[in-house]
Design a protein around this ligand. Sequence first.
Ligand code: MEV
Length: 467
Amino acid sequence: MQDKIVKGFSKLNKQEKLDWLIDHFFEQSKDAALDFEGFWHTNQELQSILDGFSENTVSNFFMPFGIAPNFLINGKVYAVPMVIEESSVVAAASSAAKFWLNRGGFKAEVLSTIKLGQVHFFWKGRMDKLKAVFDELKEVMNREAAHFTANMEKRGGGVLDIKLLDFTNQEEHYYQLLVSFETCDSMGANFINSVLESYGQTLERFVAEHEGFTKEERELEVLMAILSNYTPECLVRASVSCPVEQLGFICDGIDAASFADRFYKAVRVAQIDPYRATTHNKGIMNGVDAVVLATANDFRAIESSCHAYAAKDGQYRSLSSCTIEDGIFTFWVDLPLALGTVGGLTKLHPLAKRSLELLGHPSAAELMQVVAATGLAQNFAAVRSLITTGIQQGHMKMHLKNILIHLKANELEVEQAVQFFEDKVVSFSGVRDFIEGFRKKKAEEGEKGEGRRVKGKFTERLSSRPN
Ligand code: MEV
C-alpha cells in the first residue's frame, strides 16, 4: 500500500506522472502506457490548452461529438452539437427534431435569468438590530465591491438585490445574505463569488466597527460566501404543440389519439412517481448535458440545479408536462439553466468555440432555449419509444453493432448478423455463437470472408494514431 502513496506528484512533468502511474498501478504494462499516450494530442499547442483546463493530467479522454440537425426553434433552424457517449441519444434527438420540424417546431422562451449567491454567517445578535443598519450596510458592501461590479454593470448586469434572512429558528445564530445577480451572457460564477466574498469581508468589518453594537455583537463570523447552483429564477421553457390528429402515424396498432393518450399518461406517471420521474428526467438530461458539454458549460451545475428544481414542491417529479386540451397536444419542459456563452471555457476549448459558432454565436438566453428544446426532444423520443415499440428495439441495433465491432466482424458477417437478429433478442453470447457458427460454416465451405473489417471512427482513429 505504501508504494502507492506519492509525494510531490503535481511537480512531476506529464511523462513522469504517467511513468509513475504505470509502474505503481499497471504493473509496468507497455500497453497501458500506450493507451494513455495514444490519446495525447500531436499538436503541442492544443495539448497545452487541454492540460490547462485541469491538473495532474496524464492523457485526454475523448467523447463523441455528434450533430442533431433540423432543430426548428422559434422559427430558426439549428444543427445542434451534442457531446455524449451513450448510443441512440443523438439519433433520438434528430428523429424528434425531424418529427416536430413539420409540426411548427419548438417554441422556447426564457422566463427569467436571475442567479443567486449566499453569504452564510453566524451572529450572536437579534435580527431587528441588523435590519436597522441593513440599508447602510448594503451601501458599504456595494461601494467596496464596485471594482468587481463596474464591468458587469456596463454590460447591463450586476447585483439586483440583497436580502437578509434569519435562520436562527433552525440553527442558533445562523443568518444569511441572499444576493440576486444578472450576469448577462456569462455563467458568472467567478463574478458572483468575487462579489460575495467581498460582501462577506465588508459585513464582518462593518459590524466589528459599528458603534450601535455591543462588544459581543461586534463579533460576526462569516462561514462561507458562494453562489447557489439552484437557480429556479434562471428559467427557460421549451414546448411543442399540434392538433392530436397531426401526430399522425406513429407505429403499427397505435393511432394518433391513442398515442397522445398514452404519452399524456406516461408524463403523468413521471409526475406522480419519483422512481419513474428520475428515469424520465434522466432522458431529458441526456439531451441537456450533451449540448451543455459541447458548449463547455458546467454540466454538474446544470444537473444539480435541474434535479433540485424537479423536487421544488417537496417531491421529486417530472421536469416536463403534457396536456391534451380541445384536441391540442402540448408538451413542454421548464428548466433552470444557468448557462454562459462568454467566459469560462466557452472560447478556450476549440470545439466549444466551434459549437457556439455552429449555433450562430448565441446569447446565453438563446443557448438556454436550444438546450431546453434538445432536452424536450430527447424526452419526447424516449417516451415515444417507451409507449410504442419499447426502448430496446432501437438500443438493440446499437448494441448489436457494438458487439460486432468487438468480435471484429467483416462486412458479410455484419450483414448476416443484422438480418439474423432482426426479430431476435440480442445478447453478447447469442451474437458470438452466431458469428462463430457462421465463420465455421464459411471455413468448411473453403471460403474465407475477406470483407473489410468493420471499424467505428474510434477504432480507425486508434489504428491511425501517430506513435
Ligand atoms: C436512457 O438513457 C433514457 C431513458 O431511460 C429515458 C426514459 O426512460 O424516459 C430511455
